[in-house]
Design a protein. Structure first.
Length: 404
C-alpha cells in the first residue's frame, strides 16, 4: 500500500493539537489505512504503543460498544496516566450518540482524537451542538490515477495508458488492485456497492420502496456526468415504466446517495450573474467502478467517464467545483481554491474542427484572465489564443495538490 501523502500532509500539522481530526469518505476508499499510517508515524516519533488506542467499529470485537456510554467506559479503563493518549475511532457512525463520548474525552482527558466516518451527516445535527468549532475535517477519496501509477510503479508510457483504460472502467477503490482478474474485481466492487446501499442508505433512511429506490440508483450510477433534475427523472420513469414518482421522493433519494458519498452533486453557477442556480445539478460517481458493476451490457460512455475522472481529481486536490452556466452553453468545470481559479472543458478526443471550435469556443464568454484548459485524450497540442490544451493523462500525472 502506498503512503497517502496527499492526505497525511494536511493532517500531520494537527497530530498533537486538541482539535478533533475528522476523516470522511465513502466506504473502503482508504480511511482506515490513513489512520494506520498516522499511527506508524506517531510510533516513529517515539509515542509508546500503550498510548495509542485504535478501534474499528466494524470489527466484531467491538460489537459491544453500541452507544456513547459503552465507549466512554471502555476508553476510561484504557487511560491509566496523565500522558497524552491518541484515540483512533474508525467508522464511528456505528456508535449511537458517539459525539457525547468524544466531547467528554476532549474536555476531561489529555488526548488527541482521530475519527473516520462514511456519511456526510457526520458533522451535522447533534455533533454540531457538541463539538462545533472544535474539529477539523478532511475529505478523502479513492485513488487518483497518479496514486495508481505510484502503487503499480508504472513509468513506461504504454503501461500507463493501459492502466488508464482500466482506471476509466474500474475506478480507484484501493483494495480492488489486490484482485487478480475481472471476476474478482467485479465481485469485490459489487460487495462494496451493496454494503453502501444497505448500510448507509436503505437501513439508515428506512427506505420502504426498494424497487423504486434500486431503479433510481441504477439509473444514476450508469449515466454519470449527466444533467439531472427531479422533473427530468420523473418524466423518465413516467415514460419508461409508466410510473408516477413524486419529485420530493426523487430529491430525497438523490440526497441519500450524496450523504452516503456514492455520488457527488455539482451545482450550476451563472457565470455572468455570479450566483448559484437552483434545481438543476450534475451528479458524478465517487468511483467509476460503482457504475461498472451495474453497467452490464451497455456501451462504455468514455466521454462521460473522462469528465467524471477530472471532476474527482479536482475534488481530491481541494478545489470547489461548479458547472459554469453561460447564455449560450456551459463550461464543464469552474474550479476554485483559495484565490486560484481555473476553467476546464473535457472531451474524449478533438475529432474534427467542429469539436475543436465547440470546446475552445466555450470560453469565449469568459472575460477574465484565469487559466482555461481543454483536456482530452489527444496526443497533439491544440492550444490556441492563450487557451491551454493538455492530454488528460499528462494533466492527471502532474497532480494538483495544495501545499500545506
Amino acid at each position: 500500500m502506498i503512503i497517502r501523502e496527499r492526505y497525511l500532509s494536511k493532517i500531520r500539522p494537527f497530530y498533537d493539537q486538541d482539535l478533533i481530526k475528522v476523516i470522511m469518505g465513502v466506504r473502503r476508499c482508504g480511511k482506515s489505512v490513513i489512520l494506520l499510517q498516522i499511527i506508524e508515524e506517531l510510533k516513529e516519533k517515539g509515542i509508546p504503543e500503550s498510548q495509542i488506542i485504535y478501534i474499528n467499529f466494524e470489527y466484531e470485537d467491538y460489537a459491544f460498544i453500541k452507544n456513547d456510554r459503552n465507549l466512554h467506559e471502555f476508553i476510561k479503563e484504557k487511560i491509566v496516566n496523565e500522558d497524552k493518549y491518541y484515540l483512533f475511532f474508525d467508522e464511528i457512525q456505528n456508535v449511537e450518540h458517539w459525539e457525547k463520548a468524544v466531547n467528554s474525552f476532549k474536555a476531561s482527558k489529555n488526548v488527541s482524537i482521530f475519527i473516520t466516518g462514511s456519511n456526510s451527516d457526520l458533522l451535522s445535527g447533534e455533533l454540531a451542538t457538541h463539538i462545533a468549532g472544535r474539529y477539523v475535517s478532511f475529505k478523502t477519496y479513492p485513488f487518483t490515477f497518479k496514486e495508481v501509477c505510484e502503487l503499480r510503479n508504472l513509468t513506461d508510457r504504454k503501461q500507463i495508458e493501459e492502466a488508464f483504460e482500466d482506471y476509466m472502467i474500474w475506478g480507484g477503490m484501493p483494495q480492488r488492485f489486490m484482485m487478480t482478474d475481472e471476476i474478482q474485481t467485479r465481485t469485490y466492487l459489487s460487495d462494496v456497492y451493496n454494503s453502501i446501499l444497505v448500510k448507509d442508505i436503505i437501513a439508515r433512511f428506512n427506505i420502504k420502496d426498494l424497487d423504486l429506490f434500486n431503479r433510481i440508483v441504477e439509473y444514476i450510477v450508469t449515466t454519470p456526468s449527466q444533467n439531472f433534475s427531479a422533473e427530468s427523472l420523473s418524466n423518465y420513469f413516467a415514460n419508461k415504466d409508466d410510473r408516477e414518482v413524486a419529485k420530493i421522493t426523487l430529491y430525497n433519494y438523490l440526497e441519500y446517495m450524496t450523504k452516503a458519498m456514492i455520488i457527488n452533486k455539482a451545482d450550476r453557477y451563472d457565470v455572468r450573474g455570479k450566483r448559484i442556480l437552483n434545481g438543476k445539478y450534475k451528479y458524478y460517481l465517487t468511483d467509476l467502478g460503482f457504475g461498472q458493476v451495474m453497467n452490464i451490457g451497455k456501451r462504455p460512455q468514455l466521454g462521460a467517464y473522462l469528465e467524471n475522472i477530472v471532476y474527482n481529481e479536482l475534488l481530491s486536490s481541494g478545489y470547489d467545483v461548479k458547472i459554469g452556466n453561460l447564455e449560450k452553453g456551459e463550461i464543464d468545470f469552474i474550479a476554485t481554491r483559495f484565490k486560484e481559479k481555473i476553467y476546464i472543458q473535457v472531451a474524449y478526443i478533438l475529432a474534427d474542427d467542429s469539436v475543436v471550435q465547440r470546446e475552445f469556443g466555450a470560453f469565449k464568454g469568459i472575460e477574465d484572465n484565469y487559466p482555461k484548459y481543454v483536456l482530452t485524450m489527444d496526443k497533439f497540442d491544440f492550444s490556441q489564443d492563450g487557451m491551454i490544451h493538455k492530454n488528460v493523462i499528462d494533466w492527471l500525472l502532474e497532480g494538483k495538490d495544495i501545499n500545506v
